[in-house]
Ligand binder design. Structure first.
Ligand code: CP
Length: 292
């Protein structure tokens, strides 16, 4: 079995459930495996708060030493390539490498060329496996299982690695998934539904940020129009099913896709998702180091 974690679609349902069980055990207080003496390097070529620093916390919880690679202060500035930069850390003998990069499937050029297991912290608009795993853990804690649940992913679908990863894995776990949001960000084949219908029918409302940094041109809607048409405001909560929850991978833009007073309302699991990110990342590091 590969110790890499690049795309969830490469993992069986059984493997996904094993990671979630281990993450839940960590959440329940299971004593951490002690990987003292091992080294992790976190290489974030794109900005990140949650993924980068929760990997950092997870690695330290497991006893690893952590190197936080800083692209701006590295020899990338002297035209060293991405490939040679990663190869350099691999040749130092690090035990696990975490990478986020703006290029889809950046990892393909590394496969077979590095020894350390590689954990994908997000590639372009492609995959965000640890985000989906923490989303799944949050859903499992809430509902107990996945079969028959309905999720609506709402927002900038086309540019979202979270949408792409969750759309695939949630259906494989027996969930029904629809997407909604502005026409300019819709994607063919992703079961589009009008916003109010998606809100009424779903057990999980997953909101997404508009990913301006991936757009070739400015959004057609103003932020105010976006909020009016597709933002989750307090009055729209009444459309939701009684036990439906709100999720968001964050960072979120208060007053655009989510109203200020909805971020921390009773239905919101946004900060619980972030907490679960540490447990999930502990589980995937444990797996990468051959102990799961
Ligand atoms: N959800 C997520 O990936 O957040 P960051 O970009 O802050 O890591």
């Amino acid at each position: 079995m590969s110790r890499d974690l690049l795309e969830l679609k490469s993992l069986s349902v059984q493997e996904i459930q094993a990671i979630l069980s281990q993450a839940q055990a960590f959440a329940d207080g299971e004593k951490c495996t002690d990987f003292t003496g091992r080294i992790a390097v976190n290489m974030f070529f794109e900005p990140s708060t949650r993924t980068q620093y929760s990997f950092n916390v997870a690695e330290e919880n497991l006893g690893l030493r952590v190197i936080s690679f800083n692209p701006a202060g590295s020899s990338l500035q002297k035209d060293e390539s991405f490939y040679d930069t990663v190869k350099t850390f691999d040749s130092f003998g690090v035990d696990v490498i975490v990478i986020r990069h703006s290029e889809n499937e950046y990892y393909k050029q590394l496969l077979g060329h590095i020894s350390a297991p590689l954990l994908n912290g997000g590639d372009g608009t492609g995959n965000h496996p640890t985000q989906s795993l923490l989303d799944l853990l949050t859903i499992k804690q809430e509902f107990g299982s996945f079969e028959g649940l309905r999720a609506a992913i709402i927002g900038d679908i086309r540019h979202s690695r979270v949408a792409h990863t969750n759309f695939e894995v949630m259906q494989r776990l027996g969930m029904e998934v629809c997407t909604s949001g502005p026409e300019e960000y819709r994607e063919e084949g992703m079961n589009y539904k009008p916003f109010s219908e998606a809100l009424r029918e779903s057990d999980i409302i997953m909101l997404l940020r508009v990913q301006h940094e991936r757009h070739a041109s400015a959004m057609q809607l103003s932020k105010e129009e976006y909020h009016r048409l597709y933002g989750l405001s307090a009055d729209k909560l009444e459309l939701m099913k009684p036990k439906a929850i709100i999720m968001h991978p964050a960072p979120f833009n208060r007053g655009v896709e989510i109203a200020e007073d909805v971020v921390e309302c009773d239905r919101s699991r946004i900060f619980k998702q972030m907490k679960n990110g540490v447990f999930v990342r502990m589980a995937v590091i444990k797996r990468a180091l051959g102990d799961l």
